[in-house]
Design a protein around this ligand. Sequence first.
Ligand SMILES: Cc1ncc(COP(=O)(O)O)c(C=O)c1O
Length: 347
Amino acid sequence: MIDLRSDTATRPTAGMRAAIAGAEVGDEQRREDPTVNELQERAAALLGHEAALFLPTATLANQIALKLHSRPGDVLVAERYAHVVIYEYGGAAAHAGLMVETIEGRQGRFGVDELEAVTVPSTKSADQRPAVLAVENTHNSSGGRCWPLADLEAVTTAAREREMRVHLDGARLMNASVAAGVRAAQIAGLFDTVTLCLSKGLGCPLGALLAGSTETIERAWREKHLFGGAMRQAGIVAAAGVYALEHNIDRLSEDHARAHRLAEGWHAAGLPVDLDQVETNFVQLDVGALGFDRDEALARLREAGVGLSSTIHPTVIRAVTHLDLDDDAIDRAIDLAPQALGARVAA
Ligand SMILES: Cc1ncc(COP(=O)(O)O)c(C=O)c1O
């Protein structure tokens, strides 16, 4: 199967496996794992923060950040379809005791006016407090859309004026950075904390980082232990992260170029692709326009040997490019998908 379901589908390359095999390791909990320490230092430098913490998943990084920036009963503000709102099993409520206030965004983005409308300062001491703003870049549910830097500057400034802390869910921050030609530190530096995922476009089997100030990351270490996420010889997987930061960032532009080619190929063959949506490595198809039920479309595609996946939007399915897919795989997907969905395209 040509696996376009997600960029989490990548398997470690030979080079990454060699780095894993040769990793120097120690006790991470004692902060004695040299490879974990190296990864954390490199990530902090990349993201323009004082410190970073290695974690098993981006979900854990987000959850720790939300806890650090709030007290139970406070309010988390985020875009309606943000990963922290719809895909983290209510963790913001379960772990941090947060109420969630959402903003109906466009392409995952929103403006200062919309932020201000949901964070009106209270005159009563008993009211709950908007404590943390979480922003997602790239934004998964809208199809890997990017925030312009000026918009991020505006909303983070407005949130700080409301005395809120600001967290970036940058699981795919490197895609945003490469697509916009903006250094990751310029984007990440606007925030108090930043999540970066290693197991998506960067191609690691697992791992994520949370970056912030030295003081914030010291507090994050405690949360990592509390969540049961503190590890031992974790350098064995951190080595994949070090390798990825060296080898797999610039090449994300290849994934983006392939997503564009896929979208143009499908569009030319009559499939309902919104070409403007394709900014990074996602291509979305609105199968409602074909008269298909989402599950039927996915089943037909899978039968034809092309794996796509569903999104939060009932009629929209997605293809995600990644480093396990070469030009040949994209060419075959360009041919196979219109055939699989073709009967209804003509109708
Ligand atoms: C924007 C975003 N944040 C966080 C995550 C969580 O990543 P993980 O599966 O590593 O917990 C994902 C995963 O798809 C994501 O898309």
